[in-house]
Design a protein around this ligand. Structure first.
Ligand code: NDP
Length: 242
C-alpha cells in the first residue's frame, strides 16, 4: 500500500495537500499536533476519493514523539510504504528581534526546521531501500526574501531551503527527489489576522492565494513524471517576490 505522509494535514494548506495526494491515488497519513476533530475531517475528505486515510497525532518538533508514534507506525506496518513525504507542519510567532523571547525563537525553529529533520530522517531510509521517493518541503517567501518581524520564521524556512538542496544532492542517485514550495500569502488560519485588503495591493495578482493553489504545485512535484526536477524551490505567491 502506497502512502503519502503529510505533516500538519489537519488544516489549511496541509489539508488541501492531503486531498491532492488522494487525487494522485495515494493513501494518506494525516499528521496533526492537537486538532483531532479537524484531522478527522481531513480524513473524511480523503476517504471520499476512495483511498485510505489514517490520522497520526505527533508533534513534529518532539524527537521522542516522532520516534515512538511515527517510528512505531512504520515498524508495525511493514506493508505500508511511504512513497511521498510532505513536510508542511509549521508555525509562526512574529516579533521584532529586540522583543523576541527565546521561546519564540526556539518553538519556531524547532517546529519548522527541527520537524523537517526528525520526520525526514525517519522516513527516508525506506525510500532509499525502495530507490524511489518524493520529498516536498513547504517553506515560505520569508525564507527567500527575509521578512522583518520574522527572523525566527525566515531563518527556519531558509534553513529548510538549504537542507532541501543538500539532501537532493545526497540522495538523487537513489531515485528520490527533494524540492520545496514557497507560498506567499495564502488564506488559512495562519493568515487570518492579517489585513488582506491592504496587503493585496502589494501583490501583482491582487489577492491572497488559496491552499488548493499550493497543493496543485505539490501534486505536480509528487507525480512520477516530475522525476527530473530536484533541489528546486517553486514560489506560489501571486508575483509578490521573484
Ligand atoms: P495552519 O496554521 O492553517 O495549519 C498548521 C498545521 O500545522 C495544522 O495542521 C497544525 O496541526 C500543524 N502543526 C503545527 N505545529 C505542529 C507540530 N508541532 N506538529 C505537528 N503538526 C503541527 O497553517 P498553514 O496551512 O497556513 O501553513 C502550512 C505550511 O505552509 C506551514 O509550514 C507554513 O509555514 C507554510 N506557509 C503558509 C503561508 C500562509 O500564508 N498560510 C505562507 C507561507 C508558508 P493542528 O491542527 O493539530 O494544530
Amino acid at each position: 500500500m502506497k502512502f503519502a505522509l503529510v505533516t500538519g494535514g489537519s488544516r489549511g494548506i496541509g489539508r488541501a495537500i492531503c486531498i491532492k495526494m488522494a487525487d494522485l491515488g495515494y493513501n494518506v497519513l494525516v499528521n496533526y499536533k492537537s486538532n483531532e476533530e479537524e484531522s478527522k475531517n481531513t480524513c473524511l475528505l480523503v476517504e471520499k476519493k476512495g483511498v485510505k486515510a489514517i490520522s497520526l497525532k505527533f508533534d513534529v518538533s518532539d524527537k521522542n514523539q516522532v520516534q515512538t508514534v511515527l517510528g512505531g507506525f512504520i515498524e508495525t506496518h511493514p506493508d505500508y510504504e511511504i512513497e511521498v513525504l510532505i513536510n508542511n507542519a509549521g508555525i509562526r510567532e512574529d516579533a521584532l528581534l529586540i522583543w523576541m523571547k527565546d521561546e519564540q525563537w526556539e518553538s519556531v525553529i524547532n517546529t519548522n526546521l527541527g520537524g523537517f529533520y526528525y520526520v525526514t530522517k525517519m522516513v527516508v531510509t525506506n525510500m532509499l531501500l525502495k530507490k524511489y521517493g518524493r520529498i516536498i518541503n513547504i517553506v515560505s517567501l520569508s525564507g527567500l526574501k527575509g521578512v522583518p518581524g520574522q527572523i525566527n520564521y525566515s531563518a527556519a524556512k531558509a534553513g529548510i531551503i538549504g537542507a532541501t538542496k543538500a539532501l537532493a544532492q545526497e540522495i538523487g542517485r537513489k531515485g528520490i527527489t527533494v524540492n520545496a514550495v514557497a507560498p506567499g500569502f495564502i488564506k488559512t488560519d495562519m493568515t487570518e489576522g492579517l489585513n488582506e485588503k491592504e496587503l493585496q495591493l502589494m501583490i501583482p495578482l491582487r489577492r491572497f492565494g488559496l491552499p488548493e493553489e499550493v497543493a496543485h504545485v505539490v501534486g505536480f512535484l509528487a507525480s512520477k513524471e516530475s522525476a527530473y526536477i530536484t533541489a528546486e524551490v517553486i514560489s506560489v505567491n501571486g508575483g509578490l517576490y521573484s
